[in-house]
Write a protein that binds this ligand. Sequence first.
Ligand code: GLV
Ligand code: GLV
Length: 320
Amino acid sequence: MKPKIYITRKLPDLVVEKMREVCEVKMWDKEEEPVPREILEKEIQDVEGLYCLLTERIDQPLLNLGTRLKIVSNMAVGYNNIDVAAATEKGIKVTNTPGVLTETTADLTFALLMATARRLVESSDYLRAGKWQTWSPMQLTGQDIYGATLGIFGLGRIGEAVVKRARGFDMKIYYHNRSRKLNAEEELGIEYVDKNRLLRESDFVCVLTPYTTETRNYIGAAELSLMKPTAVLINTARGGIVDEEALYQALKNGELWGAGLDVYEEEPVRTDHPLLSLPNVVALPHIGSASKNTRLKMALLAAENLLDGLRGEIPKNLVN
Ligand code: GLV
Ligand code: GLV
């Protein structure tokens, strides 16, 4: 008998077909709407494999219902939406999709950095709103990127890929990480500094750490107060790593020059969120890995991990 699986969002046919060959597949059939919790609670009781997105909270009460569950495959590199400890305790495998989205997410991180520094969104809106009456010396002026100092929190795959882009802009690059990476320091010409020095000396600070209990509000009021008033903060990791209320105050009071955000504490972010009222915030709807090729690769990799787990093999991207 084929193992039963549940997929929490409508995926491209190509990806679903791969799983149908060996599984009995049920799938939430909407693309733009997450599966309601009560449906997920029901479906999980019946399956050995769960294919989910970062929009689903896979917590202990839910896992308790999955009495036949062998594997939860997350179509994302981040897996803070899953209670991994609870899964481990029940012998349920958890997998993610690292690697395939590294370059695409680094591209977006750098794009957001540039858009924020040079006020691209605000400038485009200015033109479209008919406010462009003349060229003037200090109109819509921003911050230089070329030759500036970049500080990266979290030198994982994506962090290293951002460094490569920054080197093309002759940036001076600092990083801070749980562990030092001596090879990367030598190969990429970057310098390890402590958290406070990174904050004090960087013109751009990129947040690229995983979201865990240790990194919750990792950037709060105290950290923001160390940053230069001309500095820009970029977050393409997870919203909860930056204290949004503190960030709002710092940006509003001119303690920080700008912020580029792709992620929020609560997603989708509400359009009346205070941060969205500020002109010096460039806000994107969590599109870090959103290229056509990369999203397809992530979807296929998550399928592969799921199938490996169901066959009793060790999936390539096991996290527990
Ligand atoms: C997206 O944010 C991911 O974790 O893949
Ligand atoms: C994610 O792939 C990371 O390690 O940065």
